[in-house]
Design a protein around this ligand. Structure first.
Ligand code: ATP
Ligand code: MG
Length: 421
């Protein structure tokens, strides 16, 4: 992509003082545009990041046998009345009336999934069912002040699973917990599986995936040694306590409890048969008897993830994207001489490249490259060309966003480096 042609460029204009760090960097870098508090356009650069996050999640979900579909966002009141959530969730739901009919915009999809199941699954052989989609959620968030971390409209992956036994549900629930940890790890995030409140329909906890971050709105208590972690809302421990889980682990050492601010990136819930019963969803078991399926839902916020990456991985100059989600792999800058030939070569070798071909000062190009945060910067200039004489091939300046070191390499060396890591 030629930067001169990209819609939504880095901006130097002053932003509002009270914007959170992620919003500031994402707006300045040309990733998003704010329509109003809690509502953002994903500009082409930001859209590329979110699509990469989406693909990482999709691959892991598919590995568990889940199937992707797409459910509507405009919901009739009747379905929400079946579980009582039209009233109980009215604070968070955007509800409205049109021509005597009442509707809501999707804030989640449990009711919609169960309506679907009762029309498409009838016998034990139709289970387990594992379906998910990527779509917009609308929530009347009162504190939509944290940029992409808390939108009134945001992208979520929500997966729903139904099983003929609690045991089968449990097994899949922990399989998803594992794939969530893998997803977050791929994104460079160390998420803690955190016991949390919210299991209104079972005695069990729900599990949140929390990432420690100073600007996070949640507080978690975690063990410095093992994977024990509780949300402050339900915590049974406090700072400096001995970890209650360590004695049962193999190491024999007992860690201390610490606390920290954190952000929830994912959440998984077991509902048992509560919702199936409310919505009359049954299946015939092997004996021909009517049974209620066990139900669970699993969410990950895609736009929140983009926000967290910007919030956690930046320096004074801009964002530092992890390779796997960077909008491009290489940021190519030409100074004086054009770099069209190198640009074409990189594209031919399937390297995603953003080529700053604009007629602006080198300083501006470098500043924008740092702001945008693509992992590798390549520079072609009169200087690099002068240093090419006597070398094997034309020399190009190579610099990684995370480092200050600049080195001269030829094309093959650069390609090797990029393909290797
Ligand atoms: P929170 O506790 O942060 O308000 P939640 O518990 O209401 O979130 P869930 O209903 O579990 O969220 O949604 C699943 C995931 O969707 C969350 O883990 C989070 O990543 C994302 N998410 C939830 N609310 C928002 C929001 N307002 N803006 C962006 N992402 C969100
Ligand atoms: Mg939650």
């Amino acid at each position: 992509m030629k930067y001169s042609e990209l819609f939504g460029k880095a901006t130097k204009s002053e932003l509002k003082e009270d914007l959170s760090a992620n919003a500031k960097y994402l707006i300045k870098g040309g990733f998003v545009d704010q329509l109003m508090s809690g509502s953002y356009t994903l500009l082409p650069l930001g859209f590329r990041v979110v699509k990469k996050i989406e693909q990482i999640i999709r691959e892991e979900m598919n590995k568990t046998g889940a199937q992707e579909l797409l459910m509507p966002l405009l919901h009739p009141k009747d379905v929400w009345n079946e579980t009582g959530r039209w009233d109980s969730a009215k604070e968070v739901m955007y509800q409205f009336k049109k021509d005597d009919k009442e509707f809501a915009l999707s804030f989640t999809h449990e009711e919609i999934v169960l309506d679907l199941i009762r029309k498409h699954a009838f016998a034990y052989k139709d289970f387990p069912i594992k379906i998910y989609h990527f779509s917009t959620k609308f929530r009347n968030e009162l504190r939509a002040k944290s940029g992409l971390l808390r939108g009134r409209e945001f992208l979520m992956k929500d997966l729903y699973s139904l099983h003929i036994s609690e045991k089968d549900l449990d097994k899949y629930y922990w399989e998803i917990a594992d794939s969530y940890i893998k997803i977050f790890k791929k994104l460079g995030l160390d998420a803690k599986i955190t016991e949390a409140a919210g299991g209104v329909f079972t005695d069990e906890h729900t599990h949140e995936f929390q990432v420690l971050c100073d600007s996070g709105e949640d507080i978690v208590f975690y063990c410095e040694k093992c994977d024990f972690c509780q949300n402050k809302e339900i915590a049974t421990v406090q700072d400096n306590d001995n970890c209650p889980k360590c004695p049962s682990t193999s190491s024999g050492q007992v860690g201390k409890i610490k606390s920290g601010n954190s952000i929830e990136v994912g959440n998984i819930f077991k509902f048992g048969t509560f919702y199936s019963k409310k919505m009359n969803v049954y299946f015939m078991d092997e004996k021909g008897e009517k049974q209620l399926p066990y139900f669970a839902s699993y969410g990950i916020g895609l736009t929140r993830l983009m926000g967290i990456l910007a919030e956690m991985f930046h320096d004074g100059k801009g964002i530092i994207w992890p390779k796997v989600v960077a909008p491009f792999r290489v940021h190519l800058i030409s100074i004086g001489k054009n770099a069209d030939e190198l640009y074409e070569k990189l594209k031919k070798d399937e390297v995603e490249v953003l080529y700053d071909d604009r007629d602006v000062s080198p300083g501006e190009k470098f500043a924008d490259a740092d702001l945008i945060g693509i992992p590798v910067r390549l520079v072609v200039s009169e200087k690099t060309l002068r240093q090419s004489s006597g070398q094997a091939g034309e020399q190009i300046e190579y610099k990684e966003r995370i480092s200050e070191e600049k080195i001269l390499l030829n094309y093959e060396q650069i390609l090797n480096k990029i393909k290797k890591n």
